[in-house]
Each structure stands twice: as C-alpha cells, then as structure tokens.
Design a protein around this ligand. Sequence first.
Ligand SMILES: Nc1nc2c(c(=O)[nH]1)N[C@H]1C(S)=C(S)[C@@H](COP(=O)(O)O)O[C@H]1N2
Ligand SMILES: [Mo]
Length: 362
Amino acid sequence: MVRGRLERAFASVQPPPRLVDWSLFVCVSIEAATGVLSFTVGTSGRWYVFWLHRIVGLAIVALLAFKLYRVRYRLLDREQWEPTTPLSVLTAVAALGTLATGIAWVLGAGGAEDRIAYWTLLSVHVGFGLALVPLVVAHLATRFRLPRRTDFRERRTALKFAGLFVGGAVVYRLQETANAVLGTGGDERRFTGSRPATGEGNGTFPVTSWVADDPAPIDPEAWSLAVSGLVADPIELESVEPDATRHALLDCTSGWYTVQEWQGVRVGDLLDDAGALEGASHVRFVSVTGYRWTLPIGEARDALLATRVGGEALSHGHGAPVRLVAPGRRGFQWVKWVVRVEVRDRADPAQWLVTLISGFDS
Ligand SMILES: Nc1nc2c(c(=O)[nH]1)N[C@H]1C(S)=C(S)[C@@H](COP(=O)(O)O)O[C@H]1N2
Ligand SMILES: [Mo]
C-alpha cells in the first residue's frame, strides 16, 4: 500500500526518461567543464564557477535518483542483463563515487592531512570524476536515443527542471548554514572550498606533488638558476640572496590552503638585470624535474622566487633551493625546485600535459 503510493508519487514528479538521461549528460558535461576550470581560479572574482559546480552536482543527485529508480529491475535482475549492462553499472558506480566524495567534502570531511591511501578526499573526487567522463560518453554511445520534441513540450517539465536547480541552490545554502551552526568548518574555508593549514614555516603545511614529481634533494653547490630567452644578457646565478618579502596564500587543488611569509627575489628584478627584450610577453619557470608553468610577464615580474618560508630556509619538500611564489594562482602553478627562468613571446599550452606526466620518467 505504502509502496504503491510512494511509487505513484515518484512517477508523478519524474521527468520523461529520455530527458532525464540527456539532462544527466548535460549536467556531467557542465561538471567536467567547471571542475577543470575551477583548477585555474585563484582569486575570488570567479567564485561562481564553484557555485555552479555545487548546484549542478546536487541536481545530478536528483536526476540520478530518478534514473536508478527507473532502471532498478533491469540492474537487479541478472536475467535482464544485456551485453552493455556491465558498462552501465560501472558508470553508475563512478557517478555515485563522484557524488559521495564531493558531498562528503562539502559537508566537512577530509582535512589537509587526512588521506585516503595517498590522496586527499577532494583528489579522490577528482579521480572519480575523471573516470566518469569517458564512461558516460561510452554509456551514451551504446544506448543512444535522441530526445523527442514531446519530451520538451510540457510546461510542467520546464517547471520540474527549474525546481531541480532552485532546489540545488537551497540545499547548498542550508548545508552552509548547518555547517556554520554546528561549527563544522564552513567559515574558514576559502571560496574554492579549501581548508586552512595554519602556522608558520615548513612544518605547518603539506608537502604536495601534483602527480609524480619527487626529485632527490638538490645540492646547492651543484645548483644554479639561469635567466634566459628573450633577454639582452642571459644570467646564471650560483645562489640567490633574498631581499624581498611577501605574504601570499598557497591554495592547493587537493583542498587546503596556507598563508605564509615568503622571502626571496622579485622576478622583476631578475628580468631587469637580464634586460627583457621587446616582444617579451611571458615568463616560463622550469623545475629540475621538467615541471613548468608560464605567467604573463606583468604578473611574473610581481612574483617571487622564494628561498625562505615563515623565517626558515625552504625545505627540500617545499622546493629548495628556490620555488615560485605566484600570488593569486593555484598551488600547482607555484613551481618548486626552479632551475630556469625563460623569457618568451608566447604562452605555453603544453604545460598542462607536462604537469601531469612530469616525474614518471625518473
Ligand atoms: N616541480 C614541481 N613543482 C610543484 C609541484 C610538483 O609536483 N612539481 N606541485 C605543485 C602543487 S600541486 C602544489 S599545491 C604546490 C605545493 O607546494 P608545497 O609542497 O610546498 O606545499 O607545489 C606545486 N609545485
Ligand atoms: Mo596542489
């Protein structure tokens, strides 16, 4: 009796099946795009990228509930399995894993030092999400059905969809309020969701590699820093004397941030010594591992090559002898163990790939 009533209630709010499927595809695409984009956002001007990601994520919870409810007999009854069903199951698992880790992270689980095996909770979320994208595409390819005009015709359908997104926003606000009331950490988070690692110096924040970078400690005697490329007089420094100080915030995409006092040299001073030539528009910072990142020259001038943090000499893990401090950029752009500063006339799109594969060859 109760079950019949529940089923009728569910059937009456559920949008047309094909529309649910295509909406899931669109929402997962938005999540993949905003997820990747969020990695490049370091200053609060583009906070809406994170908002969109959270709200569309909650809409997926509802859409997936409709979908799994609809296909439950097909999944639970082995007799009904088709050749494509295992792929569908895998896709569902990846989707549930992405949602569960994302929601747990928003609700306050997984601090900077908590790890699942080696990864932070947020990194596991990213991993599930990256696996989900090709699975959804393959799932769609094996079960391709175009939505029909009639799927969109009903006014009520549009209302249901508006409801989904408004509901997502409301649930997200309620969650923020609940976290604030319970003191489970809504407040101290940045707009990126990252949580603070507090204190001063090497020991107070995690040593993090983006993927596989893990060089042997660098012998300062053997180390030098080259400033080359579009410059009048290339220079090679055997050591760096810190003469500038900056308070800057490092925000790692694995979900933590720290504010530290960094000491080192202004990149602008190095460029003045070497004499940047006309046409110089970008500066590339290259690690001993090959890992690299490029900044527009105006921003690069204002960045620091740091030798000290929180009053201490930089430790090996944090990038000694010298690491880039790029205020307003996400942590993965703060190149550690820098050996070359290259003045260039263009950006460097290949850097994305390099940061992912750097370290696997050593
Ligand atoms: N050469 C190199 N630099 C790197 C990385 C790396 O893997 N290799 N990881 C980046 C990432 S993801 C972050 S968050 C910061 C972390 O700096 P930390 O280890 O000092 O906390 O360094 C960045 N610089
Ligand atoms: Mo990071």
